[in-house]
Design a binder for this molecule. Structure first.
Ligand code: IVH
Length: 690
């Protein structure tokens, strides 16, 4: 990148070469950080980035006195903060008044016109982000302080935590064509977590036995106010800038419009809210708001409305504020993603592995525009921890594409006759005794013949996580199981077109497709897919792939001892004994014999459909690490479909490591071994070549 774009560290003959190199590295790394995290358009490989990063680390270790206050190495942030200090905002951080209808919006515009008849009619609009408001202060282009909104007058100092947010520029970029940066710039915006990141974060937290966050906003707020910056760093926070506080432009060219300001903030290096737009008049604002409302679920982050701001900054200043909120801006609020309703009862659902999951039966209520009448309650302990009684008024929420859940009861509204729920100790479907093992939260039905377990097991067998038999919907499986015709996955392969025609709404074409899809799956299923399809407890797709690499077929796997199994990476005693228990079960052994008889007997690495694939990934080994924009299992499926084999760990046998955000030790190991590391974009390019 051209160094003369960077005004802060002028290249000067008096500067020692090492210091000059350090400054150049800081500039270059910040540039690539921005390309990667803000623009989503990396210019160099992760390897190349890390090489520069390590070079800077080494130079800083040798010359700590030259370390720049905006060095990207400071983002590592492993230090502990003291208690959060409070500090006054130079300009108060106001809230926004809300409008809920077109009428209220027109009233707002009318009030504005009365207050300032010459005010222009154009409005800058952007989505209202549901996160945590934050102010970041830059002096001479350098990040010097960050404050939460607090009560609007005083915020908490969260500078160290904010430095760890990867898309926050530690130093402002000088926009092309601009001569200088502002002397002081207070940037305001929202700290959010993207919905996909949130889901992955909670998955990880639950896997480590930590309590999941209730919603992305809580996660963002909680982690930003952490005393431990390493904990903040562990959460994928992002900052989106949408306004400013005090600005001393100095020699910099002042902005005159909100839209221009947004463009300038982007040029300084900030991520700004998606879909921001200039609306020439109040009617265009209404259309904009409708559009955002329709698109609400498609935004990467949670939004709870749209904001319209007078575009002219001079008019903004002239309009000023009421005691609570600006007169020049207003929020269109969308329905909350939380709502109150009555808990009428609790249903028990029996899952594929026999787990009894309590489900709240609710009076139907719209939550963020979607009717909700059922919500998960997770397990017996959760019901107790949440102190729920039947008849309670409860708060339900939908968050980050997650299934609706009950947040808790509104205790003030509890009726006197609200009844405590007694968790059943028998399976509600087959009536047999259920068990709860010590140290486990779940009650389980162990009856292999339980119709509920059968149905789920068969659905899993044909699902994407199983043999991935296309075109067989859940409703058909339900009918086939309910009629008794299909009692095990093996029965599916004996279905013929004429008998299928007896089922309601089944036509000739569909029936033929059905039979063909199963025949195709039977002939081409890979060993790993079949192992995964069996639905062995604790054996997901990743473990199934690993097993398929080490055992030639199901016979070999069935013969493996717990000790043998535990030799494999990632397989501990629990997984190993679960595999043993599966194969030791007579009913399962009988099922495998039927598979053998049907010719559904894949052998590792031989004659499988995926091996016929051509393209850049065919025959290659690959592994995924870090956060990708899709689930890792999904990425693995895509790679397998192109003929790649997904490995379980980094070793010399690995061809490609695809590293997403926050890649950790696997990435380091791959680099040490000189393995080709791809980012998600490069991986997608390879997929495209297949
Ligand atoms: S503009 C002068 N734009 O919503 C207006 N605020 O409920 C200053 N918020 O405190 C704010 N998304 O923290 C603006 N696109 C957006 C916003 C936004 C979320 C927050 C902001 C404010 C709160 C009011």
């Amino acid at each position: 990148m051209p160094l003369d774009d960077l005004p802060l560290f002028a290249q000067n003959a008096a500067v020692p070469p090492e210091k000059a190199r350090m400054d150049a590295l800081v500039a270059e790394l910040e540039h690539h950080n921005r390309c990667y995290h803000t623009l989503d358009a990396p210019e160099i490989s992760d390897d190349a980035y890390d090489a520069l990063f390590r070079e800077l680390l080494a130079l800083e270790a040798a010359h700590p006195e030259w370390r720049s206050p905006c060095s990207p190495t400071l983002r590592a942030g492993d230090g502990l903060l003291g208690e959060l200090a409070k500090k006054a905002h130079r300009q108060r951080m106001y809230g926004l008044d809300n409008v809920f209808s077109a009428e209220e919006w027109r009233d707002f515009v009318e009030r504005m016109r009365r207050a300032l008849p010459e005010a222009p009619t154009a409005f800058w609009c952007d989505p209202k982000l549901d996160g945590l408001a934050l102010e970041i202060i830059y002096e001479q282009g350098l990040l010097t302080e960050a404050l939460t909104r607090g009560d609007g007058e005083n915020g908490e100092v969260v500078t160290a935590a904010v430095r760890t947010i990867r898309n926050v520029p530690l130093r402002l970029s000088l926009p092309p064509g601009e001569a200088a940066l502002p002397e002081r710039l207070e940037v305001r915006g929202e700290v959010v977590i993207y919905k996909a990141d949130f889901a992955a974060l909670n998955e990880k937290r639950t896997a480590f036995g930590q309590k999941p966050f209730a919603n992305p906003r809580n996660a963002a707020a909680g982690s930003l106010r952490q005393f431990d910056t390493a904990a903040t760093r562990a959460v994928p926070l992002r900052f989106l800038a949408y306004s400013t506080g005090e600005i001393h432009w100095g020699a910099a060219r002042p902005c005159t419009q909100q839209g221009e300001l947004m463009e300038r903030l982007a040029a300084y290096g900030f991520l700004t809210p998606p879909n921001g737009r200039l609306c020439p008049d109040p009617a265009a604002v209404e259309a904009y708001v409708e559009e955002v409302r329709q698109q609400r679920e498609n935004f990467a982050m949670e939004i709870d409305g749209a904001v319209a701001k007078q575009d002219n900054l001079e008019a903004q200043a002239a309009l000023g504020h009421t005691a609570r909120a600006p007169r020049f801006a207003v929020a269109f609020k969308f329905p909350a993603m939380q709502a109150r309703t009555i808990l009428r009862g609790i249903d028990i659902q029996v899952g594929r592995t026999g787990v009894l999951t309590p489900v709240a039966i609710l009076d139907p209520v719209p939550v963020g525009g979607v009717m909700v009448s059922r919500a998960t309650l997770h397990n017996e302990d959760e019901i107790r921890a949440k102190n729920l009684r039947i008849g309670d008024t409860v708060l339900v929420q939908r968050a980050g594409d997650v299934i609706p859940e009950v947040v808790g009861p509104i205790l003030e509204a509890r009726p006197v006759d609200a009844a405590e729920y007694v968790f059943p100790h028998t399976c509600p479907v087959c009536g047999q005794a259920a068990h709860r093992e010590e140290g486990e939260a779940a009650w389980r039905c162990d009856n292999l013949a339980c119709p509920a377990i059968r149905l789920r097991a068969i659905s899993h067998f044909v699902s994407k996580a199983g043999l991935d038999v296309g075109g067989i919907g859940g409703k058909w499986i339900e009918q086939l199981v309910a009629s008794g015709r299909v009692q095990s996955p093996a029965d599916l392969f004996t279905l013929a077109v004429p008998e299928l025609l007896q089922y309601e709404r089944m036509g000739e074409t569909l029936a033929q497709k059905f039979v063909d899809a199963l025949a195709q799956a039977r002939q081409t299923a890979s060993l790993s897919r079949l192992i995964s399809a069996l639905g062995i407890r604790h054996v997901g797709e990743q473990t199934a792939r690993q097993l398929a690499r080490h055992y030639a077929d199901l016979d070999a796997l069935a013969a493996a001892s717990t000790e043998d199994l535990m030799q494999l990476e990632d397989i501990g005693p629990e997984v190993a004994s679960s595999i043993r228990a599966f194969f030791a079960n007579a009913a399962n052994a009988a099922l495998l014999e039927r598979f053998r008889g049907l010719g559904l007997w894949p052998v590792a690495g031989a004659g499988q459909g995926e091996k016929q694939a051509k393209g850049a990934l065919a025959g290659k080994t690959i592994l995924f690490t870090g956060t990708l924009s899709i689930k890792r299992d999904e990425a693995a499926r895509l790679a397998e479909a192109c003929g790649a084999t997904v490995l379980g760990g980094v070793s010399g046998k690995l061809d490609y490591l695809v590293a997403g955000e926050k890649a950790g030790s696997k990435l380091a190991k791959a680099e040490k071994l000189g393995i080709r590391v791809l980012n998600e974009k490069e991986f997608r390019e390879l997929l495209g070549e297949a």
